[in-house]
Design a protein around this ligand. Sequence first.
Ligand SMILES: NC(=O)c1ccc[n+]([C@@H]2O[C@H](COP(=O)([O-])OP(=O)(O)OC[C@H]3O[C@@H](n4cnc5c(N)ncnc54)[C@H](O)[C@@H]3O)[C@@H](O)[C@H]2O)c1
Length: 110
Amino acid sequence: MIRTDVRVGMIGAGFIGQMHSLAFRNASMARVSPSVAAQFVSLADQNVAAAADVAERYGWGAITTDWTETIAAGIDLFINAGPNSTHAPGGRQSRHGAVRSSIGRRLSRL
Ligand SMILES: NC(=O)c1ccc[n+]([C@@H]2O[C@H](COP(=O)([O-])OP(=O)(O)OC[C@H]3O[C@@H](n4cnc5c(N)ncnc54)[C@H](O)[C@@H]3O)[C@@H](O)[C@H]2O)c1
Protein backbone atom coordinates (compact mmCIF):
# COMPACT_ATOMS: atom_id res chain seq x y z
CA MET A 1 0.00 0.00 0.00
CA ILE A 2 1.22 3.49 -0.79
CA ARG A 3 2.03 5.52 2.33
CA THR A 4 1.85 9.28 2.51
CA ASP A 5 3.82 11.07 5.20
CA VAL A 6 2.03 14.23 6.29
CA ARG A 7 3.76 16.87 8.37
CA VAL A 8 1.06 18.18 10.70
CA GLY A 9 0.84 21.40 12.69
CA MET A 10 -2.01 22.34 15.00
CA ILE A 11 -3.33 25.18 17.12
CA GLY A 12 -5.27 24.15 20.21
CA ALA A 13 -4.42 21.65 22.91
CA GLY A 14 -7.96 21.59 24.26
CA PHE A 15 -10.64 18.97 23.80
CA ILE A 16 -10.83 19.06 20.01
CA GLY A 17 -7.06 19.34 19.65
CA GLN A 18 -6.69 16.17 21.66
CA MET A 19 -9.33 14.41 19.58
CA HIS A 20 -7.42 15.34 16.42
CA SER A 21 -4.16 14.19 17.99
CA LEU A 22 -5.75 10.86 18.82
CA ALA A 23 -7.20 10.47 15.32
CA PHE A 24 -4.04 11.41 13.43
CA ARG A 25 -1.85 9.29 15.74
CA ASN A 26 -3.95 6.30 14.65
CA ALA A 27 -4.57 7.39 11.03
CA SER A 28 -2.54 4.50 9.62
CA MET A 29 -5.18 2.12 11.02
CA ALA A 30 -7.76 3.43 8.57
CA ARG A 31 -8.24 1.27 5.47
CA VAL A 32 -7.69 4.04 2.94
CA SER A 33 -5.24 4.45 0.09
CA PRO A 34 -2.83 6.09 0.28
CA SER A 35 -2.26 5.24 3.92
CA VAL A 36 -1.54 8.33 6.03
CA ALA A 37 1.38 8.54 8.44
CA ALA A 38 1.19 11.76 10.45
CA GLN A 39 4.33 13.45 11.73
CA PHE A 40 3.40 15.71 14.65
CA VAL A 41 5.66 18.69 13.93
CA SER A 42 4.38 21.66 15.94
CA LEU A 43 1.59 22.32 18.44
CA ALA A 44 0.58 25.88 19.34
CA ASP A 45 -1.36 26.87 22.43
CA GLN A 46 -1.22 30.01 24.54
CA ASN A 47 -1.50 27.76 27.58
CA VAL A 48 2.05 26.38 27.79
CA ALA A 49 1.21 23.76 30.42
CA ALA A 50 -1.64 22.38 28.30
CA ALA A 51 0.55 22.30 25.20
CA ALA A 52 3.38 20.56 27.05
CA ASP A 53 1.02 17.97 28.50
CA VAL A 54 -0.61 17.18 25.14
CA ALA A 55 2.77 17.17 23.39
CA GLU A 56 4.13 14.63 25.84
CA ARG A 57 1.09 12.35 25.71
CA TYR A 58 0.55 12.40 21.95
CA GLY A 59 4.10 12.91 20.74
CA TRP A 60 4.18 16.44 19.33
CA GLY A 61 7.74 17.35 18.34
CA ALA A 62 7.62 21.02 19.34
CA ILE A 63 5.35 23.46 21.15
CA THR A 64 4.89 27.19 20.84
CA THR A 65 2.52 29.88 22.08
CA ASP A 66 2.55 31.54 18.63
CA TRP A 67 0.57 29.65 15.97
CA THR A 68 2.30 31.56 13.13
CA GLU A 69 5.48 29.68 14.14
CA THR A 70 3.58 26.43 13.63
CA ILE A 71 2.54 27.45 10.13
CA ALA A 72 6.14 28.47 9.38
CA ALA A 73 7.50 25.08 10.51
CA GLY A 74 7.34 23.45 7.07
CA ILE A 75 4.06 21.63 7.58
CA ASP A 76 1.75 20.06 4.99
CA LEU A 77 -1.45 20.33 7.03
CA PHE A 78 -2.55 22.93 9.59
CA ILE A 79 -5.33 21.81 11.92
CA ASN A 80 -7.14 24.69 13.51
CA ALA A 81 -8.51 23.36 16.79
CA GLY A 82 -8.37 26.75 18.46
CA PRO A 83 -11.39 28.83 19.40
CA ASN A 84 -13.53 30.40 16.68
CA SER A 85 -11.58 33.66 16.86
CA THR A 86 -8.51 31.88 15.43
CA HIS A 87 -10.23 30.24 12.47
CA ALA A 88 -10.21 33.10 9.97
CA PRO A 89 -6.64 34.33 10.60
CA GLY A 90 -5.29 30.77 10.66
CA GLY A 91 -7.11 29.93 7.44
CA ARG A 92 -5.71 32.97 5.69
CA GLN A 93 -2.10 32.07 6.46
CA SER A 94 -2.03 28.31 5.92
CA ARG A 95 -1.65 26.49 2.60
CA HIS A 96 -3.75 23.44 3.60
CA GLY A 97 -5.96 23.71 6.63
CA ALA A 98 -8.64 21.91 8.57
CA VAL A 99 -10.92 23.71 11.00
CA ARG A 100 -12.87 21.76 13.60
CA SER A 101 -15.97 23.89 13.47
CA SER A 102 -18.79 25.02 11.24
CA ILE A 103 -17.17 27.76 9.18
CA GLY A 104 -19.79 28.00 6.43
CA ARG A 105 -21.02 31.38 7.52
CA ARG A 106 -17.48 32.68 7.88
CA LEU A 107 -15.93 31.56 4.59
CA SER A 108 -16.27 35.05 3.15
CA ARG A 109 -13.90 36.28 5.88
CA LEU A 110 -11.08 33.88 4.99
N1 LIG B 1 -15.82 20.71 22.27
C1 LIG B 1 -16.59 20.20 21.30
O1 LIG B 1 -17.37 19.23 21.49
C2 LIG B 1 -16.52 20.78 19.89
C3 LIG B 1 -17.21 20.13 18.87
C4 LIG B 1 -17.12 20.61 17.57
C5 LIG B 1 -16.38 21.75 17.32
N2 LIG B 1 -15.73 22.38 18.33
C6 LIG B 1 -14.94 23.57 17.97
O2 LIG B 1 -13.57 23.26 18.14
C7 LIG B 1 -12.86 24.43 18.49
C8 LIG B 1 -12.06 24.17 19.78
O3 LIG B 1 -12.98 23.77 20.80
P1 LIG B 1 -12.48 23.05 22.14
O4 LIG B 1 -13.70 22.51 22.77
O5 LIG B 1 -11.34 22.14 21.86
O6 LIG B 1 -11.98 24.32 22.99
P2 LIG B 1 -10.94 24.31 24.24
O7 LIG B 1 -11.23 25.56 24.98
O8 LIG B 1 -10.97 23.00 24.95
O9 LIG B 1 -9.51 24.42 23.54
C9 LIG B 1 -9.08 25.59 22.87
C10 LIG B 1 -7.57 25.75 23.11
O10 LIG B 1 -7.11 26.84 22.33
C11 LIG B 1 -6.18 27.60 23.10
N3 LIG B 1 -6.15 28.97 22.56
C12 LIG B 1 -7.11 29.92 22.64
N4 LIG B 1 -6.74 31.04 21.98
C13 LIG B 1 -5.50 30.78 21.46
C14 LIG B 1 -4.57 31.54 20.68
N5 LIG B 1 -4.85 32.79 20.25
N6 LIG B 1 -3.38 30.98 20.36
C15 LIG B 1 -3.08 29.73 20.77
N7 LIG B 1 -3.92 28.95 21.51
C16 LIG B 1 -5.12 29.47 21.84
C17 LIG B 1 -6.69 27.51 24.53
O11 LIG B 1 -5.64 27.76 25.47
C18 LIG B 1 -7.21 26.07 24.57
O12 LIG B 1 -6.23 25.15 25.04
C19 LIG B 1 -13.92 25.56 18.65
O13 LIG B 1 -13.98 26.28 17.44
C20 LIG B 1 -15.19 24.77 18.86
O14 LIG B 1 -16.33 25.50 18.40
C21 LIG B 1 -15.77 21.92 19.61
